[in-house]
Design a protein around this ligand. Structure first.
Ligand code: ADP
Ligand code: MG
Length: 609
C-alpha cells in the first residue's frame, strides 16, 4: 500500500459553493445530519460483517458498534464506528466524487421544487454532505480494514476545497468530526442529541452508544419471524413504541419480499367513535432507520388510524411527496397493506365471531372508512362488516337482509332499513317502529351518514330511512292504505287549522290516516335533506346542503281521537290551544321543544291539571 501523501484538491463542482445552498434548502430539517452520519457508520459496520461472511475479511470483528460523542468545549460532535474504514483513495472516490455528485444532482433536481413555505417538500437524505448543514468544518479520520492500511485525515471547511493528510488511528474504522457552526450550537446539547437519536436511531441494527449508554434496540420484533413471537412480545413492543398508549386490540405482522420488500407490524388501537387527531402515528423505517411518521401516500388513507411500524428499503425516501404519490412501488405497497388488513379482519371474523363482535365498536370505524374509500377493500369487507340494531344484536349484510326481508320490503320491492342516529332522542320513533315488528339499526358512528350512503349505492334495492324521516306507513310503503275516519273536507279543514295556528313556512303540514296507537301529531325530518346536511357537517366544509334551513314535516294523525276532538271544537281559542298542545307534544318527543316554548308548555300543562 502506498503511504498517504499530503494533498490539496478541488471538489469538482460547477457551483461556486454548494454548502450555502444545502443549508438554505434544508433548514427545516437540520437534525437529519445525525441520522445520515449514524446510518453511514452502521452501514460501514454491516459491510465489514458481510465481507467477513464472504471470507474477504479474516480479522476479528469484535463488538461492532457506533459511538456518538459530544465535546461542548471543543464544539464538536464525533460519530465513530469500527466498520470497514476508508483508504485515501476510497475517500477521494466515495466522498469527493460520489457523495458529492449525489448532493449536486439532488440540488439540481429539487431546488425549484419548493412548497409555499419555501421548503423542499418531503424528506430526503443528502448523505454525508448533510453534515455541512450544522458544521463549519468536517474532518474524517479513517483507517481501512485492509492489511497494512494507514490512517488518513480528510478536512473540508465547507468550501469546495479539501485537504488530505496522514493521521493517527490505532484501529480500523472511521471518525466523522463535526466542528459545529455558530448558528447551529443548539446541537451542542446532550438532551438535544439524545432526542434526535431516540427518534432516528431507536431501532438501528448495530448498537449506538451515546453518553455511555446504548440508545437502540437492535432487534425490534418486526425483523423477527411471527412464529417466534408471543402476544406478550407484540404488546411489549407496542408499549415501547407508544409508552402512553392504551393496549391495542390486535395486530398484523407484515412480511413480504416480493415484488417489493416490506416488513412491519400494524396495530389496531381502540378508537371508539372518533375520527380524532392521531397522536400516535405509524412510523416508517428504511432498514431500521427511522424516516418519518408522515406516512400519507404509503399507507391507505383509511388505515392512517392504525399504529405501528413499516420498514421498506423499496420506498423512495429521498424524494418529494408528489413523487411518492405516483410511484408504482408505493401504490403496490398500499394495495398490499389493504389486502393484508382485509384478510386479517376476515380471519378474525371467521375464527371467533363473538370476539369480533365485541371488538366491532372499535374496528367498525376502520372497516366503514375502508368501505367508503376502497372498492377492493369493500369486496372483502362486505362479508364481515356488521350492522348492529338497537337491541345490541349484530348481523352481516346478508344475515340482516334475510332477517328483515319479509317485513320490511315495500311495494316497489325495495328493502327499507330503518335506523336511528341517536337512540335517546329518537326513542318515540324507535318504539313505534318496533311495535310494528320492524328492526331498527343503530347508526350512531360519526361516519355512518356516509356509510349508509355508500351501502345504498353498493347494494341493490336497499334504502335507508331514519326512523323519524316520515310516518311509518310512508317509510315502508306497502301500498296498504289505512281507512280514514275523517272525510276529505274535514282533512282539508284540519290542515288549515294547523297551518293557521302554527304559522310557520318551514313546516309542511299533512293529514294522514294512521293507526290509532300512533301519536296525534308527529314531526318528521325528510331523509335525503337531513342526511346531506349530516354528511356535510362531518366534512366540516361549507356546502349547498349544509346551508339550507331545516324543514320539518308535521304529520297529523286523522284517526287519533284527540284530532277528532280538535276538529269538533267550536270555540276558536280552545281549538287553538289544543293544536298548540298536541304540536308541542310532538316537538317534545323529537327533543325539539326548548327554551321559552318549553317553559310555556310546562306552565300551560300544569294549569290544565
Ligand atoms: P450513501 O450512504 O447513500 O452511499 P453518503 O453520502 O451518505 O451516501 O455516503 C457516501 C459514501 O461514503 C458511502 O457510500 C460510503 O462508501 C462512504 N462512507 C460514508 N461514511 C462512511 C463511514 N463511516 N465508513 C465508511 N465509509 C463511509
Ligand atoms: Mg448515507
Amino acid at each position: 500500500m502506498e503511504a498517504v501523501q499530503n494533498e490539496k484538491g478541488q471538489i469538482s463542482i460547477h457551483t461556486e459553493n454548494i454548502f450555502p445552498i444545502i443549508k438554505k434548502f434544508l433548514y427545516s430539517d437540520h437534525e437529519i445530519f445525525l441520522r445520515e452520519l449514524v446510518s453511514n457508520a452502521v452501514d460501514a459496520t454491516q459491510k465489514l460483517r458481510q465481507l467477513a461472511s464472504f471470507g474477504e475479511f479474516g480479522g476479528e470483528l469484535g463488538d461492532l458498534k457506533v459511538t456518538v460523542s459530544l465535546d461542548e468545549e471543543a464544539k464538536t460532535i464525533t460519530i465513530s464506528d469500527n466498520g470497514l474504514g476508508m483508504t485515501a483513495d476510497e475517500i477521494k472516490k466515495y466522498i469527493n466524487q460520489i457523495a458529492f455528485s449525489g448532493a449536486t444532482d439532488f440540488l439540481d433536481k429539487y431546488k425549484d421544487k419548493t412548497d409555499d413555505k419555501g421548503q423542499i417538500i418531503g424528506h430526503f437524505g443528502l448523505g454525508f454532505y448533510s453534515a455541512f448543514m450544522v458544521a463549519e468544518r468536517v474532518d474524517i479520520v479513517s483507517k481501512s480494514y485492509r492489511d497494512g492500511s494507514e490512517a488518513v485525515r480528510w478536512t473540508c471547511d465547507g468550501s469546495t476545497e479539501f485537504e488530505l493528510s496522514p493521521a493517527e488511528r490505532a484501529d480500523r474504522g472511521t471518525d466523522i468530526i463535526l466542528h459545529i457552526a455558530p448558528d447551529s450550537e443548539e446541537f451542542l446539547n446532550k438532551g438535544r442529541l439524545q432526542g434526535i437519536l431516540d427518534k432516528y436511531a431507536r431501532f438501528l441494527p448495530v448498537p449506538v452508544e451515546f453518553d455511555e449508554k446504548v440508545v437502540n434496540n437492535t432487534t425490534p420484533i418486526w425483523t423477527k419471524s411471527p412464529a417466534d413471537l408471543t402476544d406478550e412480545d407484540y404488546k411489549t413492543f407496542y408499549r415501547e413504541l407508544y409508552p402512553m398508549g392504551e393496549e391495542p386490540l390486535f395486530w398484523i405482522h407484515l412480511n413480504v419480499d416480493y415484488p417489493f420488500n416490506l416488513t412491519g407490524i400494524l396495530y389496531f388501537p381502540r378508537i371508539k367513535n372518533e375520527l380524532r387527531f392521531q397522536r400516535e402515528k405509524i412510523q416508517l423505517y428504511s432498514r431500521q432507520v427511522f424516516i418519518t411518521d408522515e406516512v400519507k401516500d404509503v399507507v391507505p388513507d383509511f388505515l392512517m388510524m392504525l399504529h405501528g411500524v413499516i420498514d421498506s428499503p423499496d420506498i423512495p425516501l429521498n424524494v418529494s411527496r408528489s413523487f411518492l404519490q405516483s410511484d408504482a412501488n408505493v401504490k403496490k405497497i398500499n394495495g398490499y397493506i389493504t389486502r393484508k388488513v382485509a384478510d386479517k379482519l376476515n380471519d378474525l371474523f371467521n375464527a371467533d365471531r363473538k370476539a369480533f363482535e365485541e371488538k366491532f365498536d372499535d374496528i367498525g370505524l376502520f372497516i366503514k372508512y375502508g368501505i367508503l374509500s376502497d372498492d377492493k377493500f369493500w369486496e372483502k369487507a362486505k362479508n364481515f362488516v356488521l350492522l348492529k340494531n338497537t337491541e345490541g344484536e349484530f348481523a352481516t349484510l346478508d344475515e340482516y337482509r334475510e332477517k328483515v326481508q319479509a317485513n320490511q320490503t315495500d311495494k316497489n320491492d325495495t328493502l327499507v332499513l330503518l335506523y336511528t342516529s341517536d337512540r335517546k332522542q329518537q326513542d318515540a320513533y324507535i318504539e313505534s317502529a318496533r311495535r310494528r315488528g320492524y328492526d331498527v339499526l343503530l347508526m350512531d358512528n360519526v361516519i355512518d351518514a356516509h356509510f349508509i350512503n355508500a351501502l345504498e349505492q353498493k347494494l341493490e334495492k336497499v334504502h335507508f330511512q331514519r326512523v323519524d324521516a316520515d310516518s311509518l306507513d310512508k317509510l315502508i310503503d306497502k301500498g296498504l292504505n289505512n281507512e280514514s275516519v275523517l272525510s276529505e273536507a274535514d282533512q282539508t279543514k284540519l290542515k288549515d287549522v294547523f297551518d293557521q295556528v302554527l304559522d310557520n313556512k318551514m313546516l309542511n303540514v299533512s293529514v294522514e290516516a294512521q293507526p290509532v296507537d300512533e301519536l296525534p301529531v308527529t314531526i318528521t325530518l325528510p331523509e335525503f335533506m337531513r342526511r346531506m346536511k349530516d354528511m356535510s357537517a362531518l366534512s366540516g366544509e361549507q356546502s349547498f346542503y349544509g346551508n339550507l334551513p331545516n324543514t320539518y314535516n308535521v304529520v297529523v294523525n286523522a284517526n287519533h281521537p284527540l284530532i277528532g276532538k280538535i276538529l269538533a271544537e267550536a270555540d276558536a281559542d280552545s281549538q287553538k290551544s289544543l293544536v298548540k298542545q298536541v304540536y308541542d307534544l310532538a316537538l317534545l318527543s323529537q327533543n325539539m321543544l326548548t327554551g321559552s316554548e318549553l317553559t310555556a308548555f310546562v306552565k300551560r300543562t300544569v294549569a290544565a291539571l
